[in-house]
Design a protein around this ligand. Sequence first.
Ligand code: KIV
Length: 267
Amino acid sequence: MPKTTDKALTIKDLMAMKQRGEKITCLTAYDASFSALLDQVGIDVILVGDSLGMTVQGHDSTLPVTLTDMVYHSRCVTQTKKRALVIADLPFMSYTNPQQAAENAAKLMQQGGVQMVKLEGAKVDIISFLVANGVPVCGHLGLLPQFINQLGSYAVQGREPAAAQQMIDDALKLQQAGASLLVLECVPASLAKAISSQLEIPVIGIGAGVDCDGQVLVLHDMLNISVGKKPKFSKNFMEGNGAIDTAIAAYHQAVKQQSFPTDEHSF
Ligand code: KIV
């Protein structure tokens, strides 16, 4: 299903996709070449993730990534994309209060050229403030990589009934605060299904089962070029596809047709 137009996608287009049951495809990108390639294939959303701390910079977590890094990589990505909606992560400690979050989100949008910012956790006050000032926000619940030093490991979140209920409550609060999208990372598929069906805004899953409204993967994982162990929820799309563009197209098609993720990539 390659793209048929270069018209830039908006939040309304993503909402309409959820309403008509069309799955949203998302991949990370950090530079102009991959951004152009993803856009050419028809990937709906490009995430300039702070996973670049690992994939590009070689760190063992996302914590060392700075706002300057995020603005630089956002600019690289937005220079070449035409259709995809671009989201950038607010990095670790760049949104500890509403004013700081707004100043940093403004840099990502004005200098980086992105259409939306993503932040981790149930930061309702910060999301409300950003939205009231014209910044579209993507929430992020489940496994929160910026909290790795508190979590201790990159384990599945929301397995216990109380934690699952807390995640449902948080998701509803984020929507109420004005978030336009929600990423759910590493949560049981049944919980992600419940959250996706209760929210009006699109839910993009990573390790969250096939019933989310869309899927995201770290580009370097799905191209099998990331350093170290690949997460269970990812898949090597280079296998059986001879070239990078066909691997990305295979991912795009698999998400649209709901043949990815399977139980093998879910919890
Ligand atoms: O930084 C990132 O790539 C992300 C995805 C894992 C969702 O936040």
